[in-house]
Design a protein around this ligand. Sequence first.
Ligand SMILES: Nc1ncnc2c1ncn2[C@@H]1O[C@H](COP(=O)(O)OP(=O)(O)OP(=O)(O)O)[C@@H](O)[C@H]1O
Ligand SMILES: [Mg+2]
Length: 246
Amino acid sequence: MPLLQLEHVSKKFGQVVVADDINFELEEGEAVGIVGPNGAGKTSLFGIISGDVRLYGGQIHFVGQALERMHPSVRCRSGIGRTYQVPRPFENMTVFENTLVGSQQGAVLRGRKSHEAAFSALERTGLSSLANRAAGSLTLMQRKRLELARALATQPRLLLLDEIAGGLTDLEVTELTGIIRSINAEGVTILWIEHVVRALLSTVDRLLCLASGALVADGEPRAVLASEAVRRVYLGDRILNEAMDS
Ligand SMILES: Nc1ncnc2c1ncn2[C@@H]1O[C@H](COP(=O)(O)OP(=O)(O)OP(=O)(O)O)[C@@H](O)[C@H]1O
Ligand SMILES: [Mg+2]
């Protein structure tokens, strides 16, 4: 049984099609990347899987269970964790307290178990020494790590990463990528949206490309990037950018 299965998944916001009959499956333990131009529907797809965005048509199964009617909190409890493109921690709470929200509200752990899960997530993301700092005082890199720690504290079986490497320096990207690879090596399935293709290529063994809500490629990363369908998508993007610059 696949870990995650999407069948004919569709979604529109008014006239904007963000998911156009999407079909794919993830096997447990895979690390899969998602690329696609701005506005392609990548974040919306994560919303559809995690439950923030209501499906318009189609079906999603997680470990064989239908997700459509399941509340986001129940999806999280059953093992779907995610990070957000723009980290928004509780600024006045400490790094530890922010992570505790993941283990207590997400994984529904209590007492010592919830504390252990939060500490373990901070350790894995290299944030232990900042545990008592207010989240509002963190740098972008530290916020990205906290985003990851909060998601890890929910004890995910499937981890959805939304541009976790965006805006970081090369060295920071390398550090973060190492952490993500080790999480995957421990058996957590990764689905990772990223514009920093170098980071993706060092981690994923499969790549999906979304354009205007449609899945235009799915396969071995380098073959996908070299494919005619993906080249066409990014050529269009470049022409658009040049047109906007002139
Ligand atoms: N809640 C919403 N209501 C209306 N339109 C929305 C909503 N969320 C997203 N959209 C629109 O849907 C389209 C896809 O947005 P989405 O954020 O999924 O794209 P993306 O692929 O993640 O882009 P980026 O690479 O810039 O993050 C965009 O045109 C966006 O403006
Ligand atoms: Mg996005």
